[in-house]
Design a protein around this ligand. Structure first.
Ligand code: AMP
Ligand code: ZN
Length: 460
């Protein structure tokens, strides 16, 4: 089956045709590093991680670029409020972001450019746009002249009037046209800034992505992604800048946008204050449960976040890991991603369907009677999960996980109580054996007696 992706530019599901099948190139807008990532920010990371894994499976070479925005007014505001140096905020937040996304099982991108390390490229691009008549200087700012791009608005599908009326377009006296947007803006002496032909200043956010994608992926590349909120103005403006700076050459073939993660119907965002950071959630659930929760909904649909949903995702993984633990001594046989999973993912990343197949395979593994069937279904399950970035841990580790701050009972203690229970059973003191089992249960440790002795897992 060919890979089909929904392209926001054409508003259709299309067959994905890379510019160069020997080298697929993808850019995803990364975080602005001033605060911990919330679970809404993690949604594109999980979605594009699956797309990256799938592309790597289908093509010989894939370059995935995800930037870090480390110069931005929100970062400046955070520094002013806390008194912490800007560099310290961005370095600390980027590190936390890496840790959090790794905990969700996301592979790091191949290249992770930082905006502040690409200022000369941005200044170069602005120079080209001015020379080409697409940008002008006004009061220390450089603005992109929207009227010079006849198909401006093609991605968001907005008419010019709608664009101007849009609340996100800032009206300023120095703009020739209210829809024009900033490429460069002046910096006060206490603000971060770089020398440029237009005075000391800093780049506009949209320009950062145009310059960094051109640097690492070239003037035209295959896939550009991000959350739905980035379509306008961010991606619309990236198209305008890049296509005008590159002689009208098509910027991106396929635009992929994930839907919002919502809480009670409202988009999760820092400004609304209705957010949970990934960090907080990692204290309550294993990273893989958060990942599964993010992938259980198709990426274009809204995802309603709830504690119950997270609990269910954890429960589903408990079931998977139980099947894997019960088949620990089975050597998987065969080495192919099962067709069901592959077809589902190739159909515009249908992760919920792929996960449904995994459940079916876990069922097959549980019910298989002969050894060959067991080996095959185990291999199917493991290969299918790999493409989704699941089962990154061992059943042993999975069942040892416990929430932060839980009344803990250490592993040595658990083992010694299990030994005491075995001794009690040997001595036919079943009352004592049950007491030990109940005591452990109260501490969140479940015992399971099997042919190979007693195994334990943490629950809760
Ligand atoms: P930001 O740091 O706000 O620029 O966001 C980083 C990424 O997270 C962008 O791709 C956003 O589109 C995405 N994003 C932010 N909030 C949400 C949300 N509630 N649901 C899904 N994606 C989001
Ligand atoms: Zn961007």
């Amino acid at each position: 089956m060919p890979l089909l992706l929904h392209n926001s530019l054409t508003r259709r599901k299309e067959r994905f045709e890379p510019i160069d099948p020997a080298h697929v190139r993808m850019y995803v807008c990364g975080p602005t590093v001033y605060d911990y990532a919330h679970i809404g920010n993690a949604r594109p990371v999980a979605v594009f991680d699956v797309l990256y894994r799938l592309l790597k499976r289908l093509y010989p070479k894939v370059t995935y670029v995800r930037n870090i925005t480390d110069v931005d007014d929100k970062i400046m505001a955070a520094a002013k409020e806390s008194g912490e140096e800007i560099d310290s905020i961005t370095v600390r937040t980027a590190r936390a972001y890496h840790e959090d996304m790794a905990a969700l099982g996301a592979l790091p991108p191949d290249i992770e450019p930082r905006a502040t390390q690409h200022i000369p490229q941005m200044i170069g691009m602005i120079g080209t746009l001015i020379a080409g008549g697409h940008a002008y200087v006004a009061e220390g700012h450089v603005l992109f002249a929207v009227a010079t791009k006849s198909d401006y608005g093609k991605l968001s599908g907005r008419s010019r009037d709608e664009l101007i009326a849009g609340a996100r377009v800032e009206v300023a006296p120095y703009k020739k046209d209210p829809a024009d947007f900033v490429l460069w803006k002046p910096s006060a002496p206490d603000q971060p800034g770089w020398d440029s032909p237009w005075g000391r200043g800093r780049p506009g956010w949209h320009l950062e992505c145009s310059a960094m994608s051109a640097e690492y992926l070239g003037e035209s590349f295959d896939i550009h992604g991000g959350g739905h909120d980035l379509i306008f103005p961010h991606h619309e403006n990236e198209i305008a800048q890049s296509e005008c700076a590159h002689g009208g050459k098509r910027f991106v073939g396929t635009w992929v946008h994930n839907g919002f993660l919502v809480v009670n119907g409202e988009k999760m965002s820092k400004s609304l204050g209705n957010f949970f950071t990934v960090r907080d959630l990692l204290a309550r659930a294993p990273g893989e449960a958060i990942r599964l929760l993010l992938l259980k909904t198709h990426y274009r649909a809204p995802l309603d976040f709830s504690d119950e949903g997270l609990r269910q995702a954890k429960g589903e993984l408990d079931r998977f890991y139980t099947a894997l633990r019960a088949s620990a001594d089975i050597e998987p046989e065969g080495g192919e991603t099962p067709t069901g999973v592959m077809d589902a993912l190739e159909d515009d990343l249908n992760t919920p369907l792929a996960i449904a197949y995994l459940h079916e395979m876990a069922g097959d593994l549980n019910s298989a009677t002969d050894a060959a069937m067991k080996r095959r279904s185990k291999a199917n399950l493991l290969y299918g999960a790999r493409l989704l970035g699941l089962f990154a841990t061992t059943p042993g580790e999975w069942f040892r996980w416990q929430p932060a701050g839980a009344a803990t009972v250490g592993e040595t203690e658990i083992e010694s109580r299990i030994a005491a229970r075995v001794a009690a059973r040997k001595a036919k003191d079943f009352k004592e054996a049950d007491r030990i089992r109940d005591e452990l249960k109260a501490m969140g440790v479940m015992l399971e007696d099997g042919p190979k002795g007693t195994i334990w897992k943490r629950v809760g």
